[in-house]
Design a protein around this ligand. Sequence first.
Ligand code: ADP
Ligand code: MG
Ligand code: MG
Length: 252
Amino acid sequence: MLKIENLHANVDGTEILRGIDLEVKAGEIHAIMGPNGSGKSTLASVLAGREDYEVTDGKVTFDGADLLAMDVTERACAGLFLGFQYPVEIPGVSNLYMLRAAINARRNARGESEIDAMEFMQQVNEKIKHVDMNPDMAKRGVNEGFSGGEKKRNEVFQMLMLEPKLAILDETDSGLDIDALKTVANGINALRSPERATVLVTHYKRLLEHVVPDKVHVLAGGRIVRTGGIELADTLEESGYAGIEQADTQAQ
Ligand code: ADP
Ligand code: MG
Ligand code: MG
C-alpha cells in the first residue's frame, strides 16, 4: 500500500530525512518511534505534502501511484489521512461542514454522487460514540476552543468518518490522560481491516499497549535504524533511545 524508497528531504536547506525505506502492506499497523528531533514529524509532513518540505531524492508509492506527484487534495481523495501533533483550529468553519466537504470532495473525485444529509448525520451519530465526544462539539468550529484531549478525539472522529485507506497519525497520544488514550486506541482499532493500514508515529510506548502494531521502526538521525516487533518497543522503554543511538555509533 505504501512504499517509501530512499527518501531524502530538506527543511530550510538542512537535510532531515537521510534515506528512509519503509513498506506498509494493507491490513498492517506500523509504529514509528524515535527520539525528539529524529525526523518523525518531518516524515509525516512530507507524506502529507505540506509546504516547506523539499524532497531531494527517493520515491513514495501509494496504492501503486506516485504520491509525491500528488497535491494535498489529491492525496486525501486517494484515501490518505494525516493526523497531526498540533491540530489546527479553524474558527467559524464547523467540524461537520468540513467533514462533509471532505467526504464529498473524495466522492466527486471518484465520480460518485454526494452523500445525502440523512446518511451523513447517521454516520456522525454512530461514529461520534466511538470517541466518546459530545455531539455538540461536532457542530463547533474545527477544534475551536477544544482542549488537547478533545482535539485528539476529534481527530480520531474525523478519521472514522473519512474511513481512509491509510492513516498516518503523528503523536496522537501525546498529552492524553488514560481515558482519552483508550478512546483514541479504540478509534484506531475500529478502523483495523484487511483493506486499510495505519502508521502511528509515537515517542512513547503507551499507545502501543492498546493498539498492537505489526511492526515497530526506530527513526534516529533521519534514518530507520531498527525494525522489529512489539518487543522493540519494550526494549526502548527499558533502555531508552540513548542505548540504540550508542549501539549505532559503535557499529559505524
Ligand atoms: P520529531 O518529530 O522526530 O521530533 P521533527 O521532524 O519535528 O522531529 O524535526 C526533525 C528536525 O528537523 C529537528 O532538528 C527540527 O529542528 C528540524 N525541523 C523540523 N521542522 C522544521 C522547520 N519547519 N524549520 C526548521 N527546522 C525544522
Ligand atoms: Mg518533536
Ligand atoms: Mg514530532
